[in-house]
Design a protein around this ligand. Structure first.
Ligand SMILES: Nc1ncnc2c1ncn2[C@@H]1O[C@H](COP(=O)(O)OP(=O)(O)O)[C@@H](O)[C@H]1O
Ligand SMILES: [Mg+2]
Length: 255
């Protein structure tokens, strides 16, 4: 089982878009995939066609130990693609967990307690480096970082890497960055090429070859509650996430 946290404390870097669309293509390749929506904004949940006010059981209930992980998993309209939804209550989880012993590993412990048979777990993180993100980092074995190809993209990466290193030292020695994803790339813009080059120079072999191009269909898909695979076959977004999924699957051989 691969457990992957998709993180970047910068909002709008393409975390949710990547989790949903790469997840859908991987599920299509006969892998059983679980997406955990760990962002109170619930974008992954909404992207897959769920309406948060109607969510009965969410990741929040798991974190406050009201229910088991298994009870929070729902099927999506895609075969092999499952979700643990988020709800707005999740916004208070960080505060509620503050006095909890082992608060950094509530999610990991919840997962350990019940046997699940997923090939992939993707955790969609909120745009912060708070307790929810730390929980994702203690649970996962791998980290994917989507980076938007724009001027401010590299700002904050140092802080992100520091946080990862602290978690690695203190809580989860096995965690590794295994994929940087350049998103919203527009080859006509110098700034995009510039950022992509800088990211490649810095992270070397860890950067996926597939760059996700800017594509309006990717931005439209959430409003229809569908992944790009279903929403716009043949679009650039569809092509790019399909290719990215293939690259992610190829990493299995190295494990
Ligand atoms: N490659 C892309 N091209 C165009 N729009 C995109 C692309 N990737 C993401 N978006 C849009 O940009 C916004 C931010 O992306 P999102 O995945 O939600 O980022 P995050 O989860 O990191 O906050 C969303 O409205 C999304 O639909
Ligand atoms: Mg998001």
């Amino acid at each position: 089982m691969r457990k992957i946290a998709v993180i970047n404390q910068k909002g709008g870097s393409g975390k949710t878009t990547t989790v949903v669309n790469a997840g859908a293509f991987i599920a299509k390749q006969n892998r059983k995939v679980l997406l955990i929506d760990l962002d109170p904004q619930s974008h992954t949940t909404i992207h897959l066609g769920f309406e948060p006010p109607q969510i009965q059981k969410s990741i929040y209930d798991v974190l406050i130990k009201k229910i088991s992980i298994k009870d929070a998993i729902v099927e999506t309209y895609e075969k092999n693609l499952f979700l643990i939804p988020a709800s707005i209550e999740l916004a208070s989880a960080e505060i509620e967990l503050v006095n909890e012993i082992g608060r950094e590993s509530v999610l990991r412990d919840a997962l350990k307690k019940c046997k699940t048979d997923f090939d992939y777990i993707f955790i969609d993180c909120p745009p912060s480096l708070g307790l929810l993100t730390v929980n994702a980092l203690t649970t996962a074995r791998e980290i994917f970082i989507p980076i938007q190809a724009e001027f401010f993209a590299l700002e904050g990466l140092t802080k992100l890497i520091q946080t990862i290193n602290i978690v690695k030292e203190r809580l989860n020695p096995d965690i590794e960055i295994t994929g940087i994803i350049i998103t919203m790339f527009d080859s006509r813009k110098n700034i995009c090429r510039d950022v992509a080059e800088k990211v490649q120079a810095h992270f070397k072999g860890n950067v996926f070859k597939t760059m996700i191009r800017e594509n309006v269909r990717l931005a439209e898909a959430p409003g229809f509650g569908k992944s790009i695979k279903e929403f716009a076959p043949g679009s650039h977004g569809w092509e790019d996430y399909k290719k990215l999924a293939t690259e992610i699957l190829k990493q299995e051989k190295k494990k």
